[in-house]
Design a binder for this molecule. Structure first.
Ligand SMILES: Cc1cc2nc3c(=O)[nH]c(=O)nc-3n(C[C@H](O)[C@H](O)[C@H](O)COP(=O)(O)OP(=O)(O)OC[C@H]3O[C@@H](n4cnc5c(N)ncnc54)[C@H](O)[C@@H]3O)c2cc1C
Length: 497
């Protein structure tokens, strides 16, 4: 059987596999990326991206297409059956400190097309659509995979296989990696609609209608689209809720159905699952293959994008001999607590929404309405720090000092950055001889976020995934960074933040 060799085999080119492929390809890593389907899944799934994810997707070349066809939420509200506000979240200002809108309601296929276009431009990446992973086995310190392609079955030998193959991941199942089930899954009907007559939006507010008679989600999506989700009641079957009549009846309180083209009607069951191991030797999991969460925070794809950004620079450092293989163990150590934190929040929100007992809903309303209304409305939730790992006291997300106007990210790309206090040529951004650390000096600091982060320190070292590694003396920071990579730290070091 024909056998090819590569450094990285990515199995599955959903958004997470594609973003990972772009990060790796831009660093010159040899990647074969296989995807079972020829075309991008045409219907929307994720509707929301947070500002940090837009920034990471920008580093993968996918955010511009999304930004051109997305819209922000003015608020995200949870209201009871009577319409009273139970809790809500509202962005403070247009842009987050990353320079991207706090929320972008978008169209997932638009993102996936953009990422695949970037992948196709990279000389070290071979993108193979219509090629399915059939099986694989660990061989030496790598893997050998059997792939079903256009011209029959062939083998790929790779140093690492990254399973980005979604919730039913063959890569995960073959490795025998179990899922920790956090025990919250419910069936919902999702209805995606295209708005007719040039309508761009029905509302700017995302709504969870916490009505125990039937919980409902109403969510603006990309311009010209809207989503509703209806919880299935006990005993209801998919065929009971997906007929034209059933949908018209359910939508009637929320929209004028003749003004809609229903693009999708499907019953799906959300889950709260976390893989017990995200890396096992040469086998790595990312995105839905590693974790799935209820949709109430719109964070599944966001979390998968963070996985890709966390992994790629570590893989590159290991393959290029600058880091011990053990560095890859910091991937799960850093990402899993973050994913569990977000999944826990999504489960808590889901429990507020999915309350079906009238009595429980009455108690919930009484408790939540006891707070003054202005205290029930919050700023957007901060999801933006990791607590331990490859950090020298950092862990927060580095702001983009240009704050949307002139992006540092445009000039620097997906690379580690050393920001120095001394004033030099403002536009000077360069990498040192090893292509390892980019230096960037005296940046414009719109919003003052950089000055606030820097305080009295001389330097900030920022990781390629834009977490702050540490703030302090430049030489000490770069020495600590090199030491972390060289030793491949496995014990998480607590952040001082
Ligand atoms: C109704 C709904 C609403 C959601 N809303 C949001 C939201 O608002 N915000 C958010 O961030 N997330 C949201 N999500 C979650 C988000 O859509 C997923 O987390 C995201 O698509 C996962 O991306 P992925 O690349 O990990 O996996 P997938 O998108 O599932 O991609 C996996 C890919 O692997 C391929 N594949 C599988 N097996 C093989 C094989 N053997 N060989 C080759 N290829 C293979 C598949 O064809 C697929 O293309 C939502 C999901 C749903 C269902």
């Amino acid at each position: 059987m024909k056998r090819e060799e590569t450094e990285i085999l990515i199995a599955g080119l959903g958004p997470v596999g594609a973003a990972l492929g772009v990060y790796l390809g831009r660093m010159g890593i040899k990647v074969i990326a296989i995807e079972r389907d020829r075309d991008v899944y045409p219907l929307p799934r994720a509707a929301h991206l947070d500002h940090e994810t837009m920034r990471l997707l920008h580093l993968a070349g996918g955010a511009e297409a999304v930004a051109a066809a997305s819209q922000p939420l003015s608020a995200y509200e949870f209201r009871n059956a009577a319409g009273d506000l139970l809790m809500g979240f509202r962005p403070s200002g247009d842009l987050a400190p990353t320079g991207w809108p706090w929320t972008s309601m978008f169209h997932q296929p638009t993102l996936e097309h953009a990422l695949r276009a970037r992948l196709a431009e990279l000389p070290s990446v071979s993108m193979r659509l219509g090629h399915a992973l059939d099986a694989y086995g660990v061989a030496g310190d790598g893997v050998v995979a059997r792939v079903e392609g256009d011209e029959g079955t062939y083998e790929i030998a790779a140093r690492f296989i990254v399973g980005c193959d979604g919730g039913n991941s063959l890569v995960r199942r073959t490795a025998g990696i179990a899922l920790d089930d956090l025990g919250f899954d419910e069936p919902w009907l999702v209805i995606d609609a295209v708005l007719k007559n040039g309508a761009e939006r029905l509302t700017t507010v995302g709504l969870q209608h916490c009505d125990p008679a039937r919980p409902v989600t109403s969510m603006p999506m990309a311009p010209g689209r809207h989503r509703w989700e209806f919880m299935l009641l006990d005993g209801e079957r998919p065929e009971d809720v997906t007929s034209d009549e059933a949908i018209a009846a359910m939508l009637a309180p929320y929209a004028d159905t003749p003004a809609l083209d229903i693009e999708r009607r499907a019953v799906y069951r959300f889950h709260a699952l976390v893989a017990e191991k995200w890396r096992q030797g040469p086998v790595i999991l990312a995105g839905d293959a590693a974790h799935q969460m209820p949709p109430f925070m719109g964070q599944g794809l966001c979390s998968g994008t963070r996985d890709a950004a966390n992994l790629a620079w570590k893989i590159e450092a290991v393959l290029r001999g600058r880091a011990e293989d053990r560095l890859l163990d910091s991937y799960q150590a850093e990402r899993e607590p973050h994913v569990r934190m977000i999944t826990g929040m999504a489960v808590s929100m889901g429990k507020v929404v999915c309350t079906r007992s009238e009595e429980e809903a009455r108690r919930r309303d009484e408790d939540m309405l006891a707070r003054p209304e202005d205290k029930r409305m919050n700023g957007m939730l901060a999801l933006d720090s990791i607590k331990s790992g490859i950090l020298e006291g950092g862990g927060t997300v580095f702001p983009d000092p240009g704050h949307g106007a002139t992006r540092l990210d445009d000039a620097a790309g997906y690379a580690p950055l050393l920001i120095l206090r001394e004033a030099c040529d403002a536009a000077r951004i360069f990498r040192d001889a090893g292509g390892f650390v980019a230096l960037c000096v005296a940046l414009p600091d719109k919003g003052g976020h950089l000055a606030a982060l820097m305080g009295d320190a001389d330097a900030i070292l920022v990781r390629p995934d834009r977490y702050v590694f540490g703030t302090g003396d430049a030489a000490a920071l770069t020495a600590a960074w090199a030491a972390y990579l060289a030793s491949g730290v496995t014990e998480a070091r607590a952040s001082a933040a």
